[in-house]
Design a binder for this molecule. Structure first.
Ligand code: ADP
Ligand code: MG
Length: 328
C-alpha cells in the first residue's frame, strides 16, 4: 500500500508535504511519543508515557505486557474510542488527535474493526451470527443482498458457515469470538484491532480464534494488531512488541531461515526500541545475566555499540584493538 491509499480527508496529513521524511511516513499506524494521562480524583495515572510504535501495511503484530502496562489504553486510542493527552497518533492517514465527532464515527465504522476480550461486548445477543455480521454493513448503507452475501462469505471463511443462524448463546466462547472477527471485518477495515480476544478461552479454542485473525491478515490483507497474554499465540506472528510502563520496550522479530540442506527454522531476533532521544531499554534477562545496573560503560565500534557492566575491564572482549591500545 502506498501514499495514494491515504484518504483525501481534512484530518489526513499530506505525507509528501514535508521536505524531510517524517517519522513513520511509510507506516500505516504511527504512534509518536503518545501520552495518555487519566485523572482520577486528585491522582494522575500515566497510562501511556511517550509510547512509540510503527506498524506497516499488511503486518500482523502481537502486543504483550504485564497487566496495567497500557495495552488496552493504546488499543482504545487506536480504535478511536479514547483520545490521547499528547503526542501523535495516525492510522491510515487519520490524525486521531484532530478528528471531529463525525470523523470519529466514519473512522470507527469504515477504517478499523475491533474484537474485545469480553465475548458479550462483541455481539448482540438477540441477533443470529449472520445478522450480527450484516448489521455494520447496514449502518454503512450497503445493499441488502450484497451484505447478506458478504456476511455468509466471511462466516464461511472463518469456519462458522454451518452455525450462521445461531444466536451467541447457542455458540461456544471460541465460536462467538470467530463471529466477532467476522463482524469486525464486515466493512473491509484496513486495520483489525483485538484486545486479548482469547483471554477468556482455553488454549485450543484460543488457537481457532487466532487462526481467524490470521485469515483476516493473509486472506483479506487486513493489518492486524492483537494484544495477547498467550505465549503460544504470540510466537505465531512475525513481530511481538512488548509494552512496559506505558512505553514500547522491546520487540521480537521472527523470520524463517532455510539452511544449506533446505531445512527451515524460525529465527527470533530481539530488538530494543530506540526513541528519538536515544533512550533504549535493555531486557531484564540481559541485565540480570551481566549484572548491568545503575551505570553501564558504552563503546562505539565500527558496526555496533558495546555495553559493559560498570567496572568491567576496558575493551570487554579480548581483542586486538585492546592489545594495541595497551601497548602504547
Ligand atoms: P493493560 O490493558 O495493559 O492491562 P490498561 O491500559 O488497561 O493496561 O491500564 C494502564 C493503566 O491505566 C493502569 O494503571 C490502569 O489502572 C489505568 N487506567 C486505565 N483506564 C483507566 C481509566 N479509565 N481511568 C483511570 N485509570 C485508568
Ligand atoms: Mg487490558
Amino acid at each position: 500500500m502506498t501514499a495514494t491509499a491515504l484518504p483525501t480527508h481534512p484530518g489526513a496529513e499530506g505525507a509528501a508535504t514535508s521536505a524531510h521524511r517524517e517519522y513513520g511516513s511509510d507506516a500505516l499506524i504511527v504512534c509518536d511519543n503518545l501520552v495518555r494521562i487519566y485523572q482520577v480524583e486528585q491522582i494522575e495515572v500515566q497510562a501511556l508515557q511517550g509510547l512509540d510504535l510503527l506498524v506497516h501495511p499488511g503486518e500482523m503484530v502481537a502486543i504483550v505486557g504485564a497487566s496495567g502496562s497500557g495495552k488496552s489504553t493504546l488499543l482504545n486510542i487506536l480504535s478511536g474510542l479514547d483520545v490521547p493527552t499528547a503526542g501523535r497518533a495516525r492510522v491510515a492517514g487519520w490524525d486521531l488527535l484532530r478528528m471531529t465527532t463525525a470523523d470519529r464515527l466514519a473512522y470507527r465504522r469504515e477504517v478499523v474493526g475491533f474484537v474485545w476480550q469480553q465475548t458479550a461486548r462483541n455481539l448482540l445477543p438477540y441477533l443470529t451470527a449472520l445478522e450480527n455480521v450484516v448489521l455494520p454493513m447496514a449502518f454503512a448503507g450497503m445493499r441488502a443482498r450484497t451484505r447478506r452475501r458478504r456476511a455468509a462469505e466471511l462466516l464461511d471463511m472463518l469456519g462458522m458457515g454451518p452455525k450462521a443462524h445461531r444466536r451467541p448463546a447457542e455458540l461456544s466462547g471460541g465460536e462467538q469470538q470467530r463471529v466477532a472477527v467476522a463482524v469486525a471485518l464486515a466493512n473491509r477495515p484496513q486495520v483489525l484491532f483485538a484486545d486479548e480476544p482469547t483471554g477468556e478461552l482455553d488454549s485450543a479454542t484460543g488457537d481457532e480464534v487466532f487462526a481467524a485473525l490470521r485469515a483476516a491478515n493473509t486472506q483479506l490483507g487486513a493489518t492486524v494488531v492483537v494484544v495477547t497474554h498467550d505465549e503460544g499465540v504470540h510466537t505465531q506472528v512475525q513481530r511481538t512488541v512488548a509494552i512496559r510502563d506505558g512505553r514500547t520496550s522491546s520487540e521480537v522479530v521472527r523470520r524463517t531461515e532455510i539452511d544449506e540442506f533446505g531445512a527451515s527454522s524460525v529465527v527470533a531476533e530481539e530488538y530494543a526500541v530506540l526513541d528519538r532521544a536515544g533512550r533504549l531499554q535493555l531486557p531484564k534477562d540481559y541485565r540480570a545475566a551481566l549484572g548491568l545496573r545503575d551505570r553501564v560503560r558504552l563503546e562505539l565500534e565500527p558496526d555496533h555499540v558495546g555495553v559493559w557492566p560498570d567496572g568491567a575491564p576496558r575493551g570487554g572482549r579480548p581483542g586486538r584493538r585492546h592489545d594495541e591500545r595497551s601497548e602504547r
